[in-house]
Each structure stands twice: as C-alpha cells, then as structure tokens.
Design a protein around this ligand. Structure first.
Ligand code: NAG
Ligand code: NAG
Ligand code: NAG
Length: 289
C-alpha cells in the first residue's frame, strides 16, 4: 500500500527533475511544490525529491500521498509514516519517530522516546535533551546521561552500581570515579581523589599510595613533583632544578637536591647562592658567612 503510493508519487514528481535538483533542499521551486529531503545518520543528504504539497506530505524523507489514514510520526526530516488506524506514534521532540501496532499498547506499555517500553518492567533512560531516550533494564543496566551501559557483573541487581561520566559504570563498594570523567579507579571513594591539572585535564588517583603532580599520577614511593610540571619525577633518576627536571647521570638515589643545575646529596652539601658548600654546621647552616 505504502510502496504503491511512493512509486506513484515519484512518477508524478520526477517530471523535470532529471539528474538531481538544481536548488538547495527546502528551497521552494514552484508554488505548491517543495522538496522532501532524507538524511544519512551522519547528517549528509541522502536524497531530495520534489513533491506537490497540495496532495502529499514529506515524512522522514519519504513523500506520502495524503490519505485518510496516513500521518507522519515525527518530523519531515526524521519521522516515519504510519497508519493512524492501526498504529500509534512514539516520537521525540528531535523529530525522530517510530510507530507501533495499537495492539502493542496493552497494560503498562507506552512510549520511551521512539521505543516501546513496558513501564512495569523497564525504565526509560533520558539524558541530554538532544539524545533520544532509550529503554533500559534497571537490574542489569545503568542510565548514564542518556546512554545505557551494562552494570558491572559484581553489581547486579544494580543497587551498588554507579555511573562514571557517560562512558563507564562501576561497583561503588570497591571502585570509584573521583573525577566523574569515565575513568574508574580501584578503591572506594573514601580512598581516592581527583588529580587535576592547570589546563583542566583530570586523572583519578589513590591518595594513600599515589601522588598527583599537576595532572600526572604516579606511585608515592620514591617519586616527587617538580614545581608545576605535569610530570612525576623518580628519585635517583632526576632532580628538580628551579621548576625543571635535570637528569641524574648516572642514576644515584642519594642525589636528591639541585644546586645551580647540578644534583647533590643534602647530607654532605648545602647550596648557598648557587654554590655548593660542604656541610659544616648542618644542612641549615647559614649561607653567605
Ligand atoms: C555519510 O554516510 C553515507 C552513507 O552511509 C555515505 O555515503 C557518505 O559518504 C557519508 N558522508 C560523510 C560526509 O561522511
Ligand atoms: C495534504 O497534507 C498536507 C500536509 O498535511 C496539507 O497541508 C494539505 O492541505 C493536504 N491536502 C489535502 C488535499 O488533503
Ligand atoms: C648512597 O648513600 C649510601 C649511604 O651513605 C651509600 O651506601 C651508597 O653507596 C650511596 N649510593 C651511591 C650510588 O652513591
């Protein structure tokens, strides 16, 4: 039925429309005529068809002859034609729509965006308003900012599952998501922190055992931060000289301080106005005497 209508319409509208349209989609070509455009999922134009607005309408890029029982479920761009007699339309304000047999809507069945949902069993995952909602099973899935993700196997039913940003889920008894950025870290939230860099980057870390150097995370033992560098230094391999790392060659874990660009051992030397002196009175001996 629908197919016949479409074929008929194409014949009617294809006159004078050989080899594509000489105008942009949506532009009016002639009074009463308009262009019906369909789009690929990536947003590029898939087809453009000229049609007569007086006896037909455009629905999701298809031209449909006016008929007593066909309407558009959704918008001209993203909808789909449906029978008002036998079907009911589930549409979202983005213009996406899909119709289902009226017999499907029994009991607690309704629409969730463009999907069918049995509200007695499942839930509807709403997010950012530009995302068409989708159905999810609350026992095994989580709705994370409009995206349905599987709950971790250890957290089903999902009481103990939580979302980490919009890309990951975790078991909040054993893991955490201190930055809310999709990076899950082992350890409950009481033990973890977010390491933020000055340029806004984030990385989660375990505050007991790790250090955070302007966005970079490393193990705490034998590691150090140098000024505002986003780097974790390794004791013995480098030292921090005025906010820059200088290599210790050959590696020597005793050389932990820097004097005028050179590593030194603070047990034996002290740096006085960029000059290395031997420790005489202790590491805090006065410089300049
Ligand atoms: C969009 O998708 C269609 C069909 O999948 C493809 O032919 C076309 O090249 C794509 N266009 C762009 C800009 O990616
Ligand atoms: C056909 O449908 C269009 C769009 O719904 C409407 O504007 C037009 O008046 C209709 N024409 C007829 C003849 O029913
Ligand atoms: C570092 O200091 C310790 C104790 O003074 C010494 O035994 C060791 O040899 C030193 N290491 C190096 C590489 O000089």
């Amino acid at each position: 039925m629908l197919f016949c209508l479409l074929v008929f319409c194409k014949e009617v509208t294809s006159q004078g429309v050989q080899g594509g349209l000489p105008f942009a989609p949506g532009q009016r070509y002639e009074v009463g005529f308009s262009v019906c455009t369909s789009y690929h999922a990536n947003g590029s134009v898939a087809s453009s068809v000229l049609y007569d607005e007086c006896n037909s309408f455009c629905c999701g890029g298809q031209v449909i002859l006016n008929s007593t029982n066909l309407d558009c479920c959704g918008s001209r761009e993203h909808g789909s034609p449906y029978s008002t007699l036998y079907e009911r339309c589930c549409s979202w304000w983005t213009g996406h729509g899909r119709a289902y047999s009226k017999f499907s809507f029994v009991g607690s069945v309704g629409c969730c965006g463009t999907s069918l949902i049995d509200w007695g069993q499942d839930r509807c995952c709403y997010g950012d308003s530009r995302i068409v909602p989708s159905v999810f099973q609350w026992q095994t899935q989580k709705c994370c900012q409009g995206r349905v993700l599987p709950a971790p196997a250890s957290a089903r039913p999902s009481w103990y599952a939580d979302c980490c940003g919009s890309t990951a889920t975790y078991d909040k008894r054993t893991h955490s998501c201190p930055c809310g950025d999709g990076n899950v870290v082992s350890g409950p939230s009481s033990r973890t922190t977010c390491c933020r860099s000055s340029n806004g980057a984030t990385a989660p870390y375990i505050s007991d055992s790790q250090i955070c150097c302007n966005g970079a995370v490393g193990m705490k033992e034998n590691r150090f931060c140098c000024g505002s560098l986003p780097v974790v230094g390794v004791v013995g391999e480098s030292v921090c000289c005025n906010g820059k790392l200088a290599a210790v060659v050959p590696p020597n874990a005793n050389l932990t301080e820097c004097c005028n660009g050179s590593p030194y051992d603070p047990r034996f030397n002290v740096c006085c106005e960029s000059r290395l002196l031997e420790v005489v009175e202790g590491a805090d001996q006065c410089c300049g005497r």
